[in-house]
Design a protein around this ligand. Structure first.
Ligand SMILES: CC(C)(COP(=O)(O)OP(=O)(O)OC[C@H]1O[C@@H](n2cnc3c(N)ncnc32)[C@H](O)[C@@H]1OP(=O)(O)O)[C@@H](O)C(=O)NCCC(=O)NCCS
Length: 204
């Protein structure tokens, strides 16, 4: 299987990308937009492709890693007006409120991960690792000091992937009272400092 990674993607593929995102994160956004078809539609209308990398197997997109920088983010197009237009006033405002719980603003010199997902049929073959390498290389090439992400406590597989790249846990949050709303009860913030990282440690 030949996989190639590219920065950005054609907007005609937005439904394909939204379905991939939904497969990985749908349960997290269930309370925001309970209807799966509507979730996919809102996502596909909101993505900003230039803030992401995708993995292609032939012409099929099988992986995605988004990022968030001060200029914008993959999911930055999810905002109140669009949600209200798409879902109606009350459902749109509710979705906006729930999505705001997931918002992570980058600090000065920081790139924040905005979701990494590999199609379930393609996991365990190194695609997630390639996508993460590209984000780290992009952050380093563009002068960022660090990469930050949040990983939910019920996702040891993703945590292991981040640790293998040198990310270290810097904060742990527990919020069992929010589990009904966001689908998980705790998250760990992990950070990769790039300043002291040798170029040879990064894949191209
Ligand atoms: C997390 C995810 C992106 C990893 O993608 P992937 O393509 O399967 O990852 P890789 O094949 O590159 O594996 C990278 C590392 O992940 C870990 N890993 C992979 N498969 C694993 C498995 N079955 N069990 C435990 N760890 C596993 C290992 O550390 C592996 O490194 P190794 O090959 O040196 O052992 C993918 O599982 C996914 O899309 N999950 C759903 C969405 C998600 O949870 N995103 C992260 C949100 S923080």
């Amino acid at each position: 299987m030949t996989i190639h990674i590219e920065k950005s993607w054609d907007i005609v593929d937005s439904t394909q990308v939204a379905e991939l995102y939904e497969q990985a994160f749908g349960s997290k956004f269930y309370r925001a937009i309970p209807d799966k078809a509507k979730r996919i539609r809102v996502l596909s209308e909101s993505f900003v492709p230039k803030y992401s990398f995708v993995a292609y197997s032939d012409k099929r997109i099988v992986g995605l890693s988004g990022f968030n920088i001060s200029a914008g983010s993959l999911t930055g197009g999810i905002e109140a007006t669009g949600l209200i237009n798409s879902l109606g006033l009350f459902s749109g405002l509710w979705a906006c409120l729930v999505f705001s719980l997931f918002e992570r603003k980058p600090e000065e010199g920081e790139l924040v991960m905005d979701g990494i997902a590999v199609n379930s049929d393609f996991r365990g073959q190194g695609i997630g690792s390639l996508l993460l390498d590209r984000i780290i290389t992009y952050a380093k090439d563009n002068g960022y000091d660090s990469v930050r992400l949040d990983v939910i406590d019920s996702n040891p597989r993703a945590k292991k992937l981040y640790e293998s790249k040198g990310f270290v846990a810097v904060k742990a949050d527990s919020f069992p009272y929010l589990k009904w709303l966001v689908g998980f009860s705790g998250a760990t913030t992990m950070k990769l400092e790039l300043k002291n990282m040798a170029d040879k440690e990064l894949a191209n």
